[in-house]
Design a protein around this ligand. Structure first.
Ligand SMILES: [Zn+2]
Length: 183
């Protein structure tokens, strides 16, 4: 390999990096200040970046540039970790898992739909209006579904789409909560 060429290309990379880095660092500092993370961590990151800036102004060497990239790398790891933990925050409606709708007390779970990745209602159960026990749903092709209480023998017939309607009402309730919150 030509020695001059090797030196020149490295020198060029160093020059480009050292002129671009302050701009990138300013951008990162401004960006961090906007993220609602722990203030101690925030100042730790911004101070590290200030240190890199100082090093850059002091002397542009390959060592300093490598150091900058090391800091940048560490920053990205920390940022990725915090971004991940923030995006893992559960949506507020997960706490809404029971309600009185159409004369019945209902309970349900929220599960992530494997196909859409969205939350879906699962395990939607009606409770007995008299004794609050989970009702048995007797499904038949030829009759409307029948709700039966195993404890107090309460019995009632509901229309075919009754459960589906309850699901729609639950989702509509959440949308209304969202609207109320945004007001
Ligand atoms: Zn009952």
């Amino acid at each position: 390999m030509n020695k001059d060429k090797w030196y020149n290309s490295n020198w060029t990379i160093g020059l480009v990096c050292s002129s671009l880095l302050p701009i990138i660092l300013t951008f990162i500092v401004d960006f961090i200040k906007k993220i609602p993370i722990l203030s101690t961590l925030q100042s730790l990151i911004t101070e590290s970046i200030e240190l890199i800036r100082y090093c850059l102004n002091y002397e542009v060497t390959i060592g300093n540039i490598l150091l900058s990239f090391l800091f940048l790398f560490v920053f990205l790891i920390i940022f990725k970790y915090f971004y991940k933990s923030q995006s893992n925050e559960k949506p507020y409606f997960l706490e809404y898992n029971n309600d009185n709708i159409k004369s019945f007390y209902w309970t349900w779970d929220w599960v992530v739909d494997q196909n859409t990745g969205k939350y879906a209602i699962s395990n939607l159960k009606p409770h007995c209006p008299k004794c609050n026990t989970n009702l048995i749903i007797n499904q038949s092709l030829y009759r409307n579904p029948e709700y039966e209480c195993p404890r107090c023998n309460f019995e009632t017939q509901v229309d075919v789409n009754f459960k589906r309607k309850i699901e729609i009402i639950i989702i509509d309730n959440i949308n209304r909560m969202k609207k109320e919150e945004n007001k």
